[in-house]
Design a protein around this ligand. Sequence first.
Ligand SMILES: [Zn+2]
Ligand SMILES: [Zn+2]
Ligand SMILES: [Zn+2]
Ligand SMILES: [Zn+2]
Ligand SMILES: [Zn+2]
Ligand SMILES: [Zn+2]
Length: 380
Amino acid sequence: MTSEEQTVSLVDVLEEDEELEEEASAVLAGSDSDHCSYPQGYVKRQALYACNTCTPKGGQAAGVCLACSYKCHEGHDLFELYTKRNFRCDCGNKKFTDLQCKLCPEKEEENTGNKYSHNFFGVYCTCSRPYPDPDDQVEDEMIQCVICEDWLHGRHLGCVVPDCVELQEMICESCMNQHVFLWTYAAHLAVPGVSEAEVKEEKGTSDQEVATAIKKDEESDADVEPSCKRSRQEAEPDCRLKELEAIAQKRVQSGAVFWPSGWRSKLCSCSSCQTSLRESGLSFLLDESDTVLAYENKGKNNEQRQQGNDPLMSALDNLNRVQQLEIIHEYNDMKTELKDFLHRFAAEGKVVTPEDIRQFFEQQQSRKRGRVNTGQFYCT
Ligand SMILES: [Zn+2]
Ligand SMILES: [Zn+2]
Ligand SMILES: [Zn+2]
Ligand SMILES: [Zn+2]
Ligand SMILES: [Zn+2]
Ligand SMILES: [Zn+2]
C-alpha cells in the first residue's frame, strides 16, 4: 500500500459517519461489555451462560448473555454454555424471582423461541455429567453437536473420533436418528464412521456416482436459457437428496457422524428440501454462516480490526479505556476537527502515523479537561 492510498482511505472513512461510528463501537466492544443482547432479539449465535445461583436445578432453565454474566451475575455460580444459536437473553425475566437485570430491565416475561437443554443446569452429554467432572479422571474431549448443541464426551459418541475435530462438525446419534435423511448424506459426504473398512470398499464407486449426481445438478442450474424452460418444467424437479437416496450405500447407521468442512454447501436446497428442513427446524444447515467456525472467524476479524492494521484504530487502541470512552462519547464534538486534521495531511501528501493521531487526541483531551472535568464518572 502506498502512503497516499493510506491517507486517502483514512479520510474516506471519516467522510462516512456511519462507518466511523461502527469502528468506534468496535473499539468499545473490545474493551467493554456493557450491553445486554436482548434488544437484538434472537441472536443468530452468541456466548451464553446459565446461573446456578439465580435459576438452580429443579426450577426453570434460563440463559443470560455475556454482558449480563458480568454485570448482573457477578460472583454467582455460572455455567459456561459456549455459544448457542437463536437465543434471546433471559436475564431478569419471569424465570428470575429476585434478580432484576441491570442492563436491560424492560423484558417480556418469557422468550418463547428459546430452546433449553440440560446444559442450562450444568450437565452435558448422554451421561448427564458436569464439566469439568470431579469424579471423572479420564481425559476426554467434549464435542458439540451442531443440531442439539449439547456437548458430548468423545467416548460417548459411539464412533471413532477423527483427527482435527476442530475443523469438522459433528451430529450426535440421537439427532441423526431424529432426522433420518441425514443418514443418506452421511453415506456419501461424511467421514467414514463405525464400519470404516466396509465403507472404504464401496468408496470408489459411490464417489463417482455422487460426482455424477452433483454434476447433473450443476448442469441443470446452468440451464437457464428461456428456450429450455419448457423441458425443465416437464422434467422431475432436480433433488440431489433423491438422487443420493437412489444410490446403493453401505454405512452402518449408528453412532455420531463427523462431517468434513464445507459439507453444508453440498446439501440439496431444492424447494422441497428447503421446506422439509424448515419444518424440522433445520434451515440453519443450509447457512454456512451459522457454524461456530464462522462465528469465531468473525470474532477474530473484529479483533484484528481493533488491534489495527488501520492507523486510526491502532492509535485508539494505545489509549487507555477512559480516553477511548471520552473519544467515543465526545466523538461528535471533535469529528469536524479530526476531519480537518486529516485533510491537512492529505492535502500535503503526508502519511498519517499512529503517533500523529495519538498527539491529536491528546491535545483534544487536555483542551477538554481544561473546560470540564470529564473522566471522573468513568470509574475503571
Ligand atoms: Zn443480557
Ligand atoms: Zn445469577
Ligand atoms: Zn442482565
Ligand atoms: Zn458422556
Ligand atoms: Zn445432537
Ligand atoms: Zn432436494
